[in-house]
Design a protein around this ligand. Sequence first.
Ligand SMILES: Cc1cc2nc3c(=O)[nH]c(=O)nc-3n(C[C@H](O)[C@H](O)[C@H](O)COP(=O)(O)OP(=O)(O)OC[C@H]3O[C@@H](n4cnc5c(N)ncnc54)[C@H](O)[C@@H]3O)c2cc1C
Length: 486
Amino acid sequence: MKNESIWELPICSTPKLETDLDVDILIIGGGMAGMNTAYHLRGSKEKIVLIDRDTTSYGVTKNTTGKLTFLQEGIYPQIEDARGKEDAKEYFYSQKDAVRLAKNIILSNHIDCDLLELDSYLFASVDTKELKKEKKFLNHVNEKYQTHEKLPIPFPCVEAISVSGTYTFHPLKYLRALKEIILKSGITIYDHTKAIAIDKEDDGYLVHTNGGDIKAKKVVVATHYPFFVLPALLPLSLKLDKSYLLAANKEEEDVFTAVSTDAPYYTFRVDQNHFIFGGYSHNLATKLNYKQNHDEMMNYFKDHFQKDILCFWSTHDMTSKDHLPMIGALNEENPNLYIATAFHKWGMTNGILAGKVIADLILEKENKYAKLLKPDRLLTPKSLLNKIGDNGMIDMTYINTKINKEKDFYKNITFEECDGLPTATYTDETGVKHTVINRCPHLKCSLIFNELDKTWDCPCHGSRFTLDGELMQGPSVYDITFKKDR
Ligand SMILES: Cc1cc2nc3c(=O)[nH]c(=O)nc-3n(C[C@H](O)[C@H](O)[C@H](O)COP(=O)(O)OP(=O)(O)OC[C@H]3O[C@@H](n4cnc5c(N)ncnc54)[C@H](O)[C@@H]3O)c2cc1C
């Protein structure tokens, strides 16, 4: 059984940047959000460059379940609670439009990405309280849905609803095709080019990368978790949720996708090719024993299904304090610095939507969702309470992981101060020692050892590093490698 996502696909790699550049628009990050932004900007007269730290498409998008749906884990009542009915309605329409937009892009460009129209289910496995709220909301927006007593496959369910006009697709096949279209349009893509810092200048920004400095009039940061801390102190505005997934052999005739509304959270994608099961989401800063959480999910699956598991993986996504994505210009002081983040585990629709919204803003076109999603929107009292609660939890984890090194997730680890630095050494099963600096370069959080993936993970902001300290995932832009006598 492999510890990797089911979405593996070779994607043509483009050269690394090896010089300084002067461009009109720089897009940083080639995942769902960045690639869709480049797609919508193609054909404009501006000089546009996209850079990605890795090969495009190999970020969080590689770990998705790839559903294109507007029935999203009971999100509308949550937005209604945080921001009111009108904003919840607007978000609902934005997601319906995003599904339509995705379909249009795929069909009009003849993209072969296994697009399949499938009903989406939302179900309560124990408690119908949240499902009732979702039904009330759907009635309010006149969206038709069907009610069911059970799911198409045997699984604990007390009530379910389903909608049609939703899809599944292969996210990497989609992004692979987009890359070809973008390159053909004249936009240059540099893979293996990491943005390290961004400085504001009189007429734009100077972005420092590992291959050269890029001067740009406008910059789009589509790196999942924005890599800069200032301006805007984004870490105070984002909360991370981690989830566990597996893919198994598929036998059912029924094809559908589903997510649950109660805890623990379950997600299914059953289509012509895949049976993907997962969920068990938790705030990244809590339940730090990731192996234990993964084992719980695997055991639950084995108790309910007689299927061979092909592979498993885990991943995380961000949420804002009011559950709406943050898409658009960062703030009034930075009208030419755009971000696309906080997709709340719905970054297929929201990444596609982000591309259109940001391109429209850059090209000075009207976009009806720009106001709703603007990153510096005012927080409501309810969202402020969420902010205080979430940040309090992150602060507790920050302190706890600094002082408490006896927990399960530090098995086989020794800690010592070396050359004035806090180091951690993991001894692997062959006796080889792997030493890293146990301090995240992003905001100096202590890292915990992820026994499941054998990685060093930041429980506060999600940066991840290999056993020997190489950066795997931001917001950090630096490694934590340790060399004696440095
Ligand atoms: C369990 C789970 C299931 C999900 N299932 C669904 C689903 O079914 N449907 C749905 O709509 N959404 C789903 N999502 C959400 C979705 O997968 C994500 O929101 C989405 O993939 C995020 O896309 P992105 O472009 O923001 O980020 P990424 O795909 O991570 O793209 C960011 C890119 O930026 C690059 N990068 C990062 N830092 C730098 C840097 N410093 N310099 C240069 N490049 C950099 C990375 O290499 C990467 O290629 C799910 C999420 C989870 C956690």
